[in-house]
Design a protein around this ligand. Structure first.
Ligand SMILES: Nc1nc2c(ncn2[C@@H]2O[C@H](COP(=O)(O)OP(=O)(O)OP(=O)(O)O)[C@@H](O)[C@H]2O)c(=O)[nH]1
Ligand SMILES: [Mg+2]
Ligand SMILES: [Zn+2]
Length: 299
């Protein structure tokens, strides 16, 4: 009987279908396949690998500390695993969908990740008014960090130390430009990984993980997103993910309050006297309805 190969450990840095680029702890990158499993992996997953001729086979996956993904009634799309921080990116020359932005915040909260709002393209004229628009997010307790990915990313550096971050946002906000500014050899790395995965795919059609030059932090660049379903989350998890609502919902008269027109609803009361933004209360209702529809499609 052949001796079992010594297992290697590594970090998933890119994924393409069931092929993964794994950065080995001992150095080097290996193209690996995940066989005979129904799970999919994401950038940031820690794996155990056995060398095969020409590549590797993933034989085990470490338990995840967090998993950022989106879903609707039909499918799930993984974005990154073991992330500790979500960097939402907005910019003044692209129409910002705040509904989408709030979904990222909720996704971060459900995974106990820190959320930081990066306001990019500070070098463009008239950005002060744009920046003012995000004051409500700072009031909720989220850091709002203006930068220019093209000219100066230094205001963001203190937030990256030892964190595992994922950059998220609509297309064109400057996520890849930001990652390129933070990771000097990012562009070269992308070519290397596409080659390793033999897919020849373009830069940002899927997520890619980069180690930061200082410390042991890393950052994942993700492709621009137009939708972000959270159908997999339960009503209670969702309510808890709204920082300003989490203490209110437990005081609603009805345990199963939909925070819509029920009497004795604390959320509605808070909206009525201006303590809570109506859009946020509305988003909670929408997310709860979506989650219910996904679980019980007949209704
Ligand atoms: N003026 C200015 N332009 C920027 C800045 N950052 C990025 N851009 C430009 O914005 C455009 C989009 O940048 P990308 O980095 O490709 O945006 P992205 O968010 O990665 O887009 P997707 O990959 O499609 O999701 C490019 O033309 C960049 O050069 C900045 O700080 N200032
Ligand atoms: Mg990009
Ligand atoms: Zn209520």
């Amino acid at each position: 009987m052949a001796a079992r190969a010594v297992p290697l450990h590594g970090l998933v840095v890119a994924a393409y279908r069931r092929h993964y680029a794994v950065d080995l702890d001992e150095g080097g990158t290996l193209e690996c396949v995940l066989k005979g499993r129904s799970t999919t992996l994401a950038c940031g997953d820690r794996v155990e690998v056995e060398r095969t001729h020409g590549g590797g086979a993933i034989v085990d996956v470490a338990p995840r500390k967090s998993l950022l993904f989106r879903s609707d009634a039909f499918r799930e799309k993984l974005i990154a695993a073991n992330v500790t921080q979500v960097l939402g990116v907005v910019a003044p020359d692209v129409a910002v969908d705040e509904h989408l932005l709030n979904r990222w915040i909720i996704a971060a909260e459900t995974q106990r990740c820190r959320f930081v709002l990066v306001v990019n393209k500070r070098d463009l004229p008239h950005t002060d008014a744009f920046l003012t628009r995000f004051a409500p997010y700072a009031e909720l307790g989220y850091a709002v960090v203006p930068i220019s990915a093209r000219h100066d990313v230094s205001p963001l550096l203190p937030y990256l130390n030892a964190e595992h971050s994922v950059v998220i946002g609509q297309s064109g906000m400057g996520k890849s430009t930001l990652v390129n500014a933070l990771v000097p050899d990012a562009q070269a790395r992308v070519g290397e990984l596409s080659q390793a995965l033999a897919s020849g795919r373009h830069t940002t059609t899927s997520a890619t993980l980069y180690r930061l030059p200082q410390g042991d932090g890393w950052i994942v660049d993700s492709p621009g997103m137009k939708v972000f379903g959270l159908a997999h989350e339960t009503r209670d998890t969702l309510a808890h993910a709204f920082v300003e609502l989490r203490d209110l919902v437990s005081h609603c008269r009805f345990r199963d309050c939909r925070h819509d027109r029920e009497p004795g609803c604390e959320v509605q009361a808070a909206v009525a006297d201006g303590r809570v933004a109506p859009q946020r209360a509305q988003l909670l209702r929408t997310l709860v309805a979506e989650s219910k529809a996904a679980r019980d499609p007949a209704r």
